[in-house]
Design a protein around this ligand. Structure first.
Ligand SMILES: *Cc1c(COP(=O)(O)O)cnc(C)c1O
Length: 401
């Protein structure tokens, strides 16, 4: 088996099937035409392309919602990189999460959800799953095998995200998955932070890996796309059917751009990491920073777990807890006038970003020991790290002026 670096370049490509084109072209279609009724009905059963084209990842090819060759190419590439049996794509990372939960859960079920989860996932559990009589219990991200004590007779799903959103707590994925497996509970993992490059949840006992393709895979802040990758026959069938019945689909244009991003992902990630470690070092030494949240950095919470599981790589996100609560005017003076860090949501693109956040509003179980001290999240892009640090330096000077 060739190395991952090589697979990033080769995965999902088949020029011989597409007139020699080095990239799979953008195939757009709702209607697909067949030469005979029999061929149509075979395609409905997913037979025609099942192994060959889609890597086993779709059931029904009789209509565009089942996918076109551009979509199959990305499905195949992500299934291969995440070492899954199948991959389906949805219109956003968030819809990949909600479709996965809806495909597996039924009324009366119980979900164990990590407290540091991506905010919109929490919102979906609290508003939408609860309306379907599906109950959610949040657990502390550092719970490890103690998760056993929260399992109920009706627990159907344990959902993990590691590191957590905004605060980047690491989870013991293998320990939690081993317990879930014994109890026949489905495990889901939001793998957007590490990308398929640096963590393969399915290798650590997880049943379903979810990617916001929007982030590092696409890499250019120009598309929204989600992926669900499964391993195991029963769970794969459940997801394929749920996805199909929910009418989820992805645009071939977006898939084309995601495939294009995939090819250069590793060189981007290496630069992101190098720059992030430099920016983190700078932030750590600022007197206004009382706590750095970034598991890639030695001495930060979760560093040992990151080292154990994440193959030395990861996202260029850093959160900081400042030494006190700064008033809105001081914070605006710092942040609004940054020239290289844009104010905006999301991450994974080429450009640096910054946002403030308040952890106490997005957690209900895990203690937050820093009171109301101001928190900022920085996303380190591909600008020169010296320039980024100079921008921050000027910002901190404004904050304290
Ligand atoms: C951004 C993000 C998502 C959602 O992705 P979208 O494509 O923006 O919907 C899901 N999980 C995590 C951890 C994210 O950061």
């Amino acid at each position: 088996m060739v190395k991952k670096t090589t697979r990033l370049v080769a995965a999902g490509r088949a020029p011989e099937k597409h007139g020699g084109m080095v990239n799979t072209p953008i195939y757009q279609s709702s209607t697909v035409l067949f030469p005979t009724l029999d061929a149509y009905h075979q395609a409905e059963k997913g037979k025609e392309y099942y192994e060959e084209m889609a890597g086993g990842s779709t059931l029904d090819f009789s209509y565009g919602i089942g996918g076109t060759p551009t979509i199959f190419a990305l499905q195949q590439a992500l299934a291969e990189l995440e070492k899954g049996d199948a991959c389906v794509l949805t219109s956003s990372g968030l819809s990949a999460i909600t479709a996965t939960l809806l495909s597996v859960l039924k009324a009366g079920d119980h979900v164990l959800m990590v407290d540091s989860v991506y905010g919109p996932t929490r919102r979906f559990c609290n508003k939408n799953l609860s309306a379907l009589n599906i109950e959610t219990t949040y657990y502390d991200s550092t719970i490890g095998q103690e998760i056993a004590s929260l399992i109920q007779d009706n627990t159907r799903v344990i959902f993990m995200e590691s590191p957590g959103s905004l605060t980047f707590e690491m989870q013991d994925v293998a320990a939690i998955s081993a317990i879930a497996r014994k109890k026949n509970i489905v495990t889901m993992f939001d793998n957007s932070w590490a990308s398929p490059l640096y963590f393969n949840p399915l290798d650590h006992g997880v049943d379903i890996s979810i990617q916001a393709v929007t982030k590092y895979i696409s890499g250019h802040s120009d598309i929204l796309l989600g992926a669900v990758i499964t391993k195991g026959e029963e769970i794969t069938r459940t997801i394929l059917q749920g996805w199909r019945h929910l009418g989820m689909s992805a645009s071939p244009n977006e898939c084309y751009l995601a495939l294009r991003g995939l090819r250069t992902m590793e060189v981007r990630m290496k630069q992101h990491k190098e720059s992030t470690l430099l920016v983190a070092e700078y932030l750590k030494n600022r007197p206004e920073v009382q706590k750095l949240l970034c598991p890639m950095v030695p001495g930060c919470d979760g560093h040992d777990m990151w080292k154990r599981d994440f193959a030395g790589g990861g996202a260029s996100l850093i959160s900081v807890v400042l030494d006190k609560r700064y008033d809105a005017a001081a914070l605006s003076s710092m942040v609004d006038n940054l020239t290289l860090f844009g104010i905006g949501a999301s991450w994974g693109g080429f450009e640096s970003l910054v946002l403030d956040f308040n952890p106490s509003t997005i957690r209900t179980v895990s203690p937050w020991p820093y009171g109301d001290a101001t928190c900022l999240r920085f996303y380190v892009g591909l600008e020169d790290p010296d320039d980024l640090i100079a921008d921050l330096e000027a910002g901190f000077n404004r904050l304290c002026a």
